[in-house]
Design a protein around this ligand. Structure first.
Ligand code: OAD
Length: 234
């Protein structure tokens, strides 16, 4: 069990493994959802320019999978942690589903975007809620300006959202906890190196991540089984 003192500031970095027990497959593990698609081929500006209907087909499928999912004990443990620590917790997720919010979290930064939001790829109209499925034979939706509506997702080659806030929180944290993330996708994979030497660094997941040498402690197990007890004493 982790000891969190009254002065600790906790940074959570969640990855696909946090939603795995909710039935949303990870990207790189066995049984990955996106196995029929190579993620790099459907999640990039090049893919969007080449074949926007294929990109919407992929994100429509992901919307359908995520709509059917319910939060698991890992999401509830993180919501409870937010309730306890309040502003001393900074929760950053790479996940684009809304399971953290469904579990009661109110302040999660979605650095890779949100599956149930879309935005215009051309004009500055702000992102908007969108649960529609745009699957063939449906056409790619259009904005009033004529531009194509795209998923509000950070694709490969794009800059993640809210990096300024994220690095400020990394600079302040004393306890860094990464959960269910393989440690290969930048910049998230380097967050732990950014805080190393200043903060305790913990990893939670069933196997060691690629950047395991940067962590001071690893708790091997499923997030839904480890997290409720890890923070249980708070
Ligand atoms: P990955 O699919 O790369 O890694 C998922 C990790 O979750 C693996 O290390 C698994 O060991 C672990 N895992 C599996 N089941 C778990 C469980 N029950 N509890 C805890 N951990 C478990 O996912 P991410 O590292 O999150 O980006 O991927 C990062 C980014 O790559 C994604 O956000 C996505 C993808 O390309 C974009 O789409 C922009």
């Amino acid at each position: 069990m982790l000891t969190v003192s009254s002065t600790d500031r906790v940074f959570i970095l969640a990855g696909a493994g946090v939603s795995a027990e909710s039935g949303i497959p990870t990207f790189r593990g066995v049984g990955g959802l996106w196995r029929n698609y190579r993620i790099e081929e459907v999640a990039s500006p090049e893919a969007w320019n080449r074949d926007p209907r294929l990109v919407w087909e992929f994100y429509s499928m992901r919307r359908r999978v995520a709509s059917a999912a319910k939060p698991n004990p890992a999401h509830f443990a993180l919501a409870k942690l937010e309730n306890t620590l309040q502003e001393r917790l900074f929760a950053c997720t790479q996940n684009v589903d809304n399971l953290h919010e469904q579990a009661g979290s109110r302040n999660v930064v979605h650095m890779h975007g949100e599956l149930f939001k879309s935005r215009c790829g051309t004009c500055s109209r702000p992102p908007f809620d969108d649960t529609n499925l745009y699957e063939p034979p449906a056409e790619v939706p259009r904005c009033e300006c004529g531009g194509r509506i795209r998923p509000h997702i950070c694709w490969f080659g794009e800059v993640p959202f809210e990096l300024h806030r994220i690095y400020r929180a990394l600079g302040q944290c004393t306890l860094f906890v990464a959960i269910g993330t393989s440690g290969v996708v930048e910049p998230a994979a380097s967050f732990v190196a950014h805080v190393n030497g200043r903060a305790r660094t913990i990893y939670v997941g069933p196997e060691n991540p690629a950047n395991t040498s940067s962590f001071t402690e690893c708790y091997l197990g499923k997030a839904g089984e480890v997290l409720p007890d890890l923070f249980g004493a708070l």
